[in-house]
Design a protein around this ligand. Sequence first.
Ligand code: TMP
Length: 252
Amino acid sequence: MARRKKIYEGKAKTLFEGPEPGTIVQYFKDDATAFNAEKRDVIEGKGVLNNMLSEYFMNGLTQIGVPNHFIRRLNMREQLVRACEIVPLEVIVRNFAAGSMAKRLGIEEGTPLPRPIVEYCYKDDALGDPLVSEEHIAAFGWASQQDMEDILSLALRVNDFLSGVMFGVGIKLVDFKIEIGRVYEGDFMRLIVADEISPDSCRLWDMETGQKLDKDVFRRDLGSLTDAYSEVARRLGVMPKGATPMKPTLIN
Ligand code: TMP
C-alpha cells in the first residue's frame, strides 16, 4: 500500500490524508502529555481507548443532531473524519469548579457552579493556550459574532448530551474541552464539533467515590490511566467485559 501523506502530527494524534477528498484519517497515539508537554509518557492502549470512546460520543451526538466530523472508525487506532478548518479556540464547558478555574478563582475543586460556564482559550502551544474573552476573539477575527453564537450553542448541547450519558453510568461530568471546525458546502459555511471527545479532554469523577477517571490520573500521578479509561469504556459498553485495550476484541 502506498504510504499515506501525513498532514499534521499533534501531541496525541496524527492526521493523514483520507481516501477521498474532504476526508482525513485521525490516528490516536499512545502518547500522553500534560502541562503543555512538560510532562510526557507513552501509555500503552490509551490511543485505542480514546479512538473507541470518541467514536461512541461522536455517534451519540450525530444521533441527537449535533453536527460533528466523525464518519466511521477504520480500525483500533484510526477513524475517518471530515476535513475541516479548526477554529483556533479551545472551548471549555464547566459544571463543577476544577483545574485551572478552581485555581484561578480560588474555588474548591468539586464546588457545583450556578450554571454551566463556557470559557475560551486561544489555541497556541507556544503561549500555553491562554484564556481569552469574546472581545479578543472578535477583535482578532478568530470567529465572528454569529460563529460565537453557534459555538456556544454547540458547546451547551454537547454538555447536555455528555452530562446525561455520564450520569447514566454513575459518572459526574465536571468539565470538558471541545474544538470546532468549519466546513464549506458550496457558498455555505457550517460549524461542527471536531478533534476528539475522550477522557483526555474531559474531567470525569465517579459519582459515589469521587475517583478520577480522566487524564488528571496522569497529570497528578494518581495511578493507572488505562485502568481509568477502561472503566469509563466498560461502563458505557464500549469495551466488552474482559477485554483490555491491548486485547480489545477479547469477549468473555
Ligand atoms: P483546565 O481546568 O486545565 O483548564 O482544563 C479544563 C478542561 O479542558 C478539562 O476537562 C481538561 C481539558 N483540557 C484539554 O482537553 N486540553 C488541555 O490542553 C487542557 C489544559 C485542558
